[in-house]
Design a protein around this ligand. Structure first.
Ligand code: ATP
Ligand code: MG
Length: 868
């Protein structure tokens, strides 16, 4: 048997091998050790002494939970099953690897998250560009696109894949591409054989897999840069399914330029899908926005939230639909009723197309199809184009529905084993067999009554067991009373208090009952197979329905949120103004008791408020305010209403957010390095149409380094990139930028102060501030009084001793176009030299990264006294 094992292990490659032995999947050798460690199961040994082999096993009945844990940790698992009936086997039962389960190739509902996509992504270089292709086995989605390398990380992080396939040679060598992917996603990276990425082989694989003669039907040229990735990803998925069909029948082009980019840092900082601190969905934008009724809608909502539109027409179309549903509560209520709890027919369709699908799946499909005509009818009463179009595309499937209504039991049994899947009255032979079975039970009861009466043994019972079928049981006491048992009885078994017998009559009865049952079961299995095949034939149409339902569901969900929370429709155009009145943070506003969140205005535009600096005390609400602006812009571009009394959004092409000193311990980088790497990516990526949100960038290093960097970054954003920027900072010195540049605005968050106490008003007001109230906050946080007292004295001392760098004073750090020489008394000797070097510099000729490096060098020199 171990020979068989080794053959299977070779086939499984570096996947862990689940080797079926009776009621267990066993793992051996290294696999056993890994599984024991990851799953916390016992490591035992097969054989003893020298020949002992490490072994661990999981019960077949409960293996899915273990499987899920393993693939979540990035392992791949090969399932080696018995492919022969043990009864029919001469000698060893034949076993084969029937499937390799990986994070990106699961399709079972219980292994998948209901409301999230599960993409398998492949990335491969293609000349100057990169080719990306991703596939989702559970829905049959298959897309590809070509990208410049600089945008790889954004796209990968948007897709949030479950698994990434890369050419073997790249993954095994040093590659910036691999590094970029690794930074963008925590998903496992797996090596794909080089030949599968070969353009010729990949094209062949695509044509065969999709069953077409040319890709042009999908609007794809054969020399598209992503064809190798697409072929490889399909080949990998098929390889893992071991010849079983996968439900992919079309491939589509994805246009990355149609969406506003959000990189990984931005997504995490804005807490779009999960919170930063706990990684939970609760408290994220998604948790507030998810009013969808179906799993399909929930998945689509996620996709939409991380891929805002930039085309104003497309945005307006979605908004129009939301607006109509908000105003037409009758239609909206009808839709919600229909959508709520509608089964996930998208994944059902895929399972059917792959030749799988349980009785429950067909029942789900039936429930889904029942709702379609009513959905279409409700939508047909609307005027907004997306709703009307959905009405037209929701084509009911009356034949399939009628078939399911008549043929499928209501509700069907969960599995075929127990029968009860096909409805009564659908198939006369099945009905007959069922009648025989029920009659059989009656016949047995009758037989028992007759025997007991005939032989005057009142306690005579007829029972059933697996070993010898139906039997008659008579207790010793009863037998003695009756003066023995009839002669026609044959003894089969003796128990302590009774004997069991059979009779020819009983065995005859048994044969007819059991054959009826057996034949009923196999007939039912056959009928179910036919039914499933007929449903699968409509799989593509069902999938289309599912996608349409998902869109309607998301729009209806937007309308629910908008109405329940009193949001307004933002005016979206291609201008450069972001003008929001009484904006609120969508998540905090929902979490706080009604009316407690303090609304605030914002104005950002190119000519008068390009860079807005937010200063103010700790805890005042700076971070909340700037994130709120980004979230409102994002919501507007997704097509949703926004929490504000009025909003005007000039579309942004990308949203960047950076938070100073955000630790990335898992990424293995120093805090400050992360901060600067992320900032560099903004300075290299932002355009005039971007929105940049900076939260205390520079905080991760010494005050002087940080301040100089913050200053230089602000200038660069303002002058060179022209991006609309909100910058929350404790560097009060930065407010002086407003004196240099006309479109810099200072605002601060007001507090009310009396005596030693402060109250946070959370209100944004014009002007800068020069106080942090850090000690107040520390006191509120419960720092012991002596520490606060001591800090207060030290602060007093420091304020007296250190040079005044407050805004408005002559000695501010000079910036802008023409740095003025500063007083020697303020700047120590190295500073003078640096100022000289600065005046020689051509800022337009150096790259942002060089500028940062230069700044760092200057800062170091300033900190090392005695250097010329
Ligand atoms: N507009 C608002 N209305 C009501 N409460 C708010 C508002 N803004 C912020 N808060 C409350 O104040 C808390 C602190 O807000 P936030 O983190 O934005 O302050 P901050 O100014 O960035 O502080 P720090 O300088 O320490 O980073 C929030 O957790 C929230 O509870
Ligand atoms: Mg803050």
């Amino acid at each position: 048997m171990m020979q068989q094992y080794h053959r299977a292990k070779k086939d499984a490659g570096d996947a862990l091998l689940f080797f079926r032995m009776g009621d267990f999947y066993e793992l051996f050798h290294e696999d056993a050790k890994v599984a024991a460690r990851v799953l916390g199961i016992t490591l035992t040994a097969r054989s003893k002494g020298e020949a002992a082999i490490p072994m661990a096993g999981v019960p077949v009945k409960a293996y899915k939970g273990y499987l899920q844990t393993l693939i979540k940790r990035g392992h791949r698992v090969a399932i080696c099953d018995q492919v022969q009936d043990p009864a029919a086997a001469k000698g060893l039962v034949e076993r084969r690897v029937t499937r390799i389960v990986t994070a990106g190739t699961v399709f079972e509902d219980d292994l998948l998250e209901r409301g999230a996509s599960n993409f398998l992504l492949a990335v491969a270089p293609a000349g100057e560009q990169l080719g990306l292709a991703w596939i989702e086995i559970s829905t049959g989605a298959f897309r590809l696109c070509a990208l410049p390398a600089a945008r790889l990380a954004d796209e990968v992080s948007r897709l949030d894949p479950a698994e990434v396939l890369l050419p073997e040679s790249l993954l095994n060598g040093e590659s910036s591409l691999v590094d970029a992917v690794r930074r963008a996603t925590p998903a496992p990276l797996v090596p794909g054989p080089e030949w599968t990425f070969d353009r010729h082989n990949a094209t062949e694989a695509l044509l065969a897999g999709l069953g077409v003669a040319s890709l042009q039907g999908f609007g794809l040229e054969h020399d598209h840069p992503a064809v190798p990735a697409a072929g490889a990803v399909l080949a990998y998925a098929l390889h893992n399914q071991r010849g079983e069909a996968i439900p992919v029948s079309a491939i589509g082009l994805h246009d990355p330029d149609a969406r506003a980019g959000l990189d990984r840092a931005t997504r995490s900082c804005l807490e779009i899908l999960s919170t930063q601190r706990s990684g939970q969905r609760e408290g994220s934008l998604l948790s507030v926005m998810d009013a969808t009724g179906t799993a399909m809608g929930a998945r689509l909502l996620r996709d939409w939230l991380v891929a805002p539109l930039i085309d104003t027409d497309a945005i307006n179309r979605r908004q129009g639909a939301v607006a109509e549903l908000v105003s037409r509560s009758d239609v909206h209520a009808a839709l919600n009723d229909l959508l709520d709890g509608l089964p996930d027919i998208e994944r059902v369709a895929s399972r059917l197309l792959a030749g799988r699908g349980s009785p429950r799946d067909l029942a789900g499909l039936r429930t889904g199809l029942r709702a379609v005509p009513a959905l279409a009818q409700a939508l047909a009463a609307c005027a907004a184009p997306p709703l009307l179009e959905a009405a037209a595309r929701l084509v009911p499937q009356p034949e399939l529905l009628a078939l399911l209504e008549r043929a499928l039991a209501e509700p069907p049994a969960a599995t075929l084993v127990d029968g009860g899947v096909i409805a009564d009255g659908w198939n006369p032979p099945l009905d007959e067999l069922r009648a025989l079975r029920t009659n059989g039970a009656d016949a047995i009861a009758r037989f028992q009554a007759e025997e007991s009466a005939r032989h005057r043994i009142p306690g005579l019972k007829v029972g059933f067991n697996r070993v010898f079928g139906y039997y008659i049981e008579i207790s010793h006491a009863q037998a003695a009373q009756a003066g023995g048992v009839p002669e026609s009885y044959t003894r089969k078994q003796t128990l302590t208090s009774a004997e069991r017998y059979i009779t020819p009559e009983l065995k005859q009865l048994e044969a007819s009952i059991l054959t009826a049952e057996e034949r009923g079961r196999s007939l039912e299995a056959q009928l179910f197979g036919e039914l499933r095949a007929q449903a699968a034939a409509q799989g593509e149409a069902v999938r289309e329905l599912a996608r349409e339902i998902a869109r309607v569901d998301v729009l209806a969900g937007f309308a629910s949120v908008a109405r329940d929370r009193g949001w307004t429709r933002p005016a979206v155009d291609d201008g450069d103004a972001i003008d929001i009145k009484d904006g609120r943070h969508p998540v905090l506003d929902a979490l706080l008791p009604a009316g407690q969140f303090v609304p605030n205005d914002v104005l950002l535009d190119h000519d008068s408020a390009r860079l807005v600096l937010i200063t103010g005390p700790n805890m005042a609400g700076k971070s909340t305010y700037i994130r709120q602006v980004a979230l409102l812009v994002l919501l507007a571009q997704v097509g949703s209403f926004v929490p504000a009394s009025e909003a005007h959004i000039g579309v942004v092409d990308r949203i960047f957010t950076r938070v100073g000193a955000a630790d990335d311990l898992s990424g293995g980088q120093s805090t400050f390095m992360v901060e600067m790497t992320e900032t560099a990516s903004i300075l290299n990526g932002a355009s005039k149409r971007s929105l940049v949100i900076l939260d205390e960038v520079g905080r991760g290093t010494s005050t002087w380094d940080g301040l100089s960097l913050a200053w230089a970054i602000s200038e660069y954003l303002y002058r060179k990139l022209g991006a609309r920027t909100l910058f929350a900072t404790h560097y009060h010195e930065l407010v002086a930028l407003a004196e240099e540049f006309p479109a810099v605005r200072n605002v601060n968050v007001s507090v009310r102060e009396w005596g030693d106490d402060i109250a946070f008003l959370h209100k944004i007001v014009p002007g800068g501030t020069d106080r942090s109230y850090g000690l107040h906050v520390a006191r509120l946080a419960g720092l012991p009084a002596p520490v606060i007292e001591r800090a207060r004295r030290i602060l007093g001392d420091l304020e007296q001793r250190s040079p005044d760098l407050r805004p408005g004073s002559k000695e501010t750090v000079a910036g802008g176009e023409s740095p003025e020489p500063c007083q020697e008394s303020l700047f120590p000797r190295p500073a003078a030299a640096i100022l000289h070097e600065l005046s020689e510099l051509e800022p337009d000729l150096i790259s942002p990264m060089d500028a940062l490096l230069l700044l760092r060098e200057y800062c170091q020199r300033l900190e090392t006294p005695g250097e010329p």
